[in-house]
Design a binder for this molecule. Structure first.
Ligand code: SR1
Ligand code: MG
Length: 413
């Protein structure tokens, strides 16, 4: 931790100065370059790296860091939406907690400065943001295995299954994150079902937004999922596990940005990744390649969804069989019931997340970057159809294959 300073948003020069003062990273004579690269909704992100006579390319620089600073408001909206700086603490503590369980799957944290609300961490400029990689139809053969390990270990070992119940309650206290949870409660579980000014819905699908606000059966299911999000302190979640929160290469995966971390239902994290893979699958429908190539990539992504759940389930069962700390959790039938509930929650949350990314405040580039308006409209309607199906069926789901069938049916129209 550095000495106490008054909070101010950093500029490029401040970031370079701060980087120079971190012990053991850069030599005092190093030539440093800095870029502000934040393209998310909330924070400033600086990359500081050493350049040499051989290269000024950050990805080739041997010494480089990221300085991520929370702003006192939501960048996506502006200063009219104030937001706690405590999210920088939550993010750095969540990264550290995840780093103890899956060090190869998260960036290293070098320093956290509470006064400036910033975290200094490993730079991953030689990786690609997964959303961008999927939009280029890259293949990630190890991703399902990596994310299944991330989910199984971080969720199991932070829950009452893998952690002493008193320690777990202390963790719940440490990760109370009311303001960031409120964003989720509004943007995912409320706004899409009413005429909220936060919504951002293309004029072409206004009829869909109206239907969402009139669909009592759907809203009942959303309310049950919202209730669980509000009340079930099951495990320490990442809290915003979409494909923009993942840095990836074909060989390696790093999960970033856990500022929404809090104790909630496990299915919320699993559902987030499933939703974003399905949204990309839908967007591939409209890519100008031949139909067979498109079909193959869509099948590849849906198989990835299946693999993620199956590998998560098998890892989670094995952690349970070998490391469970609660004697009563060994009761016959409990493990099966527990995992069925986690699957059902994952499917319900996946559906909610698909719906919010079409009509709510924050969209996804996979769909929004479709330039032909008719094609985009069709993709949005397909996403809403599948999202609603998943929400409606969540409490009946018994296997991941039912999810894949629902997606195939929705995409086929
Ligand atoms: C005001 S923040 C909008 C969204 O960006 C984050 O990534 C979360 O998904 C949040 O809901
Ligand atoms: Mg984020």
């Amino acid at each position: 931790m550095t000495k106490s300073t008054v909070y101010r948003p950093l500029c490029i020069e401040d970031a370079v100065q701060l980087a120079r003062n971190i012990e053991g990273v850069f030599s005092p004579t190093a030539s440093l370059r800095c870029e502000e690269i934040g393209d998310g909704n909330l924070n400033l992100v600086f990359r500081v790296y050493e350049i040499s006579k051989d290269t000024t390319d950050s990805a080739l620089s041997p010494r480089r860091i990221i300085i991520k600073q929370a702003l006192p408001y939501a960048k996506v909206v502006g200063e009219s939406w104030p937001l706690t700086l405590d999210r920088a603490r939550i993010e750095s503590q969540a990264l550290i907690a995840q780093g103890q369980l899956v060090p190869h799957l998260v960036p290293k944290v070098y320093l956290y400065n509470p006064d400036l609300a910033l975290t200094v961490m490993e730079d991953l400029s030689d990786y690609t943001i997964m959303r961008a990689g999927l939009m280029q139809r890259n293949l990630y053969p190890l991703f399902a295995e990596h994310i299944a390990e991330f989910l199984a270990k971080t969720l199991f070992f932070s829950s009452d299954l893998g952690l002493n119940q008193q320690d777990k309650k202390r963790n719940v206290e440490r990760f109370i994150n009311p303001e960031l949870c409120k964003i989720t409660e509004d943007l995912i579980f409320d706004d899409p079902y009413t005429a909220s000014p936060n919504n951002n819905c293309d004029a072409a699908i206004e009829d869909e937004l109206k239907k969402l606000s009139q669909d009592c059966g759907l809203q009942f299911e959303v309310m049950l999922l919202r209730e669980k999000f509000l009340t079930q302190a099951q495990a320490l979640l990442h809290g915003d596990l979409h494909t923009g929160s993942i840095f990836i290469t074909p060989e390696s995966t790093k999960v970033i940005d856990p500022e929404f971390a809090y104790y909630g239902p496990m299915g919320f994290d699993i559902g987030a990744i499933i939703a974003n893979l399905i949204l990309n699958t839908i967007s591939q429908e409209h890519w100008s390649a031949d139909e067979e190539t498109r079909r193959q990539y869509r099948a590849y992504l849906l198989q990835m969804v299946r693999d993620i759940w199956n590998q998560f389930e098998s890892r989670f069962r094995s952690l349970w069989d070998n490391h469970v700390v609660d004697r009563m959790a060994q009761t016959d039938g409990y493990q099966d019931t527990y995992l069925t509930r986690v699957l059902q929650d994952s499917v319900g949350y996946a559906g909610c997340k698909m719906i919010r990314r079409i009509v709510g405040l924050a969209h996804v580039a996979d769909i929004d970057s479709i330039s032909d308006l008719h094609v985009r409209e069709r993709a949005q309607r397909t996403a809403l159809f599948i999202g609603k199906s998943l929400v409606n069926m969540n409490r009946r789901i018994q296997s991941i294959d039912e999810v894949i069938t629902a997606c195939e049916h929705g995409i086929a129209g």
